[in-house]
Design a protein around this ligand. Structure first.
Ligand code: FE2
Length: 427
């Protein structure tokens, strides 16, 4: 009696290069092997195309997404003008406004393969309007993405009135992760104290931590060491993430060498956000201008987990993007100079496996029997080609259900009296 599946994917090319069939029952991968016997309610022919665990967006801001231009355009393109424009736009947030933009943004991400998202939510608002709306969105969009929300004190835990109380209220309401922004606090001492508060809250509510940390060109900004020390002292190894860490670009190498040793012992996760930071950092430099990017390649070589986020999509800080995580990975590949042949699959890891470790979802993430049936079929034979061509995600499957389909573009060139289809693949 042949097995019966709800969905069967034929001739999927895995990241390893193996060609397999994938049988899905309900929300779970039931079988994965070459030439799988069985029938299914629906069969998708992958025809040797790359079939990957989903892309992951480990760092974005769904409360601000798609607000670009609402409070005037950012004419200077700087972080400071972005903050000023957000401060104005923030005043007109309503639950409906946040729900509509966040849901639209999630559709953009998901239809391009990002089926797990971690979003920071600004909790510096006595009404917590954005947070309450995003908690609803999290449930409403459960069919599209697994969404984690970080209680993010955009204006500081100690530098904003009632910041600590609002952080606690956000966690009580259901935020999955404790955030922080120590480099933004008024003094270094307040930055250190803000991290102590974050760890106290993490312990009390049993949540991981993801802090915006040292997102500045100031080489004196060294809160990642405080985050690391607290991680070890609170025995939270593997549950803490330092996002951005752009100051690390400017640390001297002797200090960085010492720091890497402790980051590794703390099992710290680092998230780099190339789209925003390549645009926003280095603005006080003349020439040479720093890149505003943390040390992705060197951190990886030191055995420290690094993931890449898109951060902003059409908001006051970054006016571009469509929520395509391949754009963020492509930028990372260039800025981190990870173009070596064997390095390119490691770039794919930055927005898949490594990001899964940041989110702590490894148990259900991946292509193997028993895992949650989340996968993406890209219109490319390999991850290398998918990155090179920004290949569309032809089929996105979440919990066993096809949640989006994209038709591959057809390009015709007319030359010497003939019409020829171009596929951008080396023959
Ligand atoms: Fe951010």
């Amino acid at each position: 009696m042949p097995a019966s599946y709800d969905l069967l994917i034929r001739r999927a090319r895995l990241r390893s290069g193996d060609i397999v069939d994938i049988g899905i029952q309900g929300e779970t991968i039931a079988a994965l092997q070459a030439d799988l016997a069985g029938e299914a309610s629906r069969v998708i022919e992958a025809a040797g195309r790359l079939t990957s665990p989903p892309l992951i967006e480990p760092h974005c801001h769904l409360d601000a997404i798609l607000t670009e231009g609402d409070a005037g355009h950012n004419e200077s393109g700087t972080l400071l003008e972005g903050i000023a424009r957000w401060a104005v736009r923030k005043q007109s947030l309503t639950p409906e406004d946040v729900r509509r933009r966040a849901t639209e943004g999630i559709k953009w991400y998901a239809s391009q393969g990002a089926l797990y998202i971690r979003s920071h939510v600004d909790i510096c608002d006595p009404k917590l309007t954005a947070l309450k709306a995003l908690l609803e969105v999290k449930e409403a969009c459960r069919d599209l993405v697994d969404l984690q929300l970080v209680a993010f004190p955009q204006e500081g835990i100690l530098s904003y009135a009632q910041g600590e109380a609002l952080m606690e209220e956000a966690l009580r309401l259901g935020c999955d992760v404790v955030g922080a922004i120590p480099h933004y606090e008024i003094t270094r001492e307040m930055g250190v104290e803000s991290l102590h508060i974050a760890f106290r809250l993490a312990e009390k509510y049993d949540r991981p931590i993801d802090a915006h940390c040292d997102e500045t060109d100031d080489e004196q900004s060294r809160f990642v060491e405080v985050l690391t020390a607290n991680t070890i002292r609170h025995d939270m190894q593997g549950r803490v993430t330092a996002s951005h860490t752009t100051a690390m670009h400017s640390y001297n190498n002797a200090y960085t060498f010492k720091l890497f040793g402790w980051l590794k012992r703390a099992q710290m996760h680092i998230i780099a956000n190339p789209p925003d930071n390549i645009i926003l950092q280095g603005r006080f430099d003349t020439y040479p201008k720093r890149r505003g990017m943390t040390r992705i390649k060197e951190l990886l070589e030191a055995g420290i987990n690094v993931a890449v986020g898109h951060d902003s999509v059409m908001d006051p800080w970054y006016p571009f993007g469509t929520g395509n995580m391949l754009h963020a990975a492509f930028l990372a590949m260039h800025i981190a100079q990870m173009s070596g042949y064997s390095e390119v699959p490691r770039v794919w890891d930055l927005v898949t496996e490594n990001a899964a470790r940041v989110l702590g979802v490894e148990e259900r993430y991946g292509l193997a029997p028993g895992k949650q049936a989340d996968l993406v079929i890209f219109d490319a034979p390999s991850e290398r080609d998918a990155l090179r061509m920004m290949a569309p995600a032809l089929y996105c499957i979440k919990r066993g259900r096809v949640i989006s389909e994209t038709t591959s573009p057809r390009v015709q060139v007319f030359h010497e009296g003939k019409s020829e289809e171009i596929r951008f693949v080396k023959q």
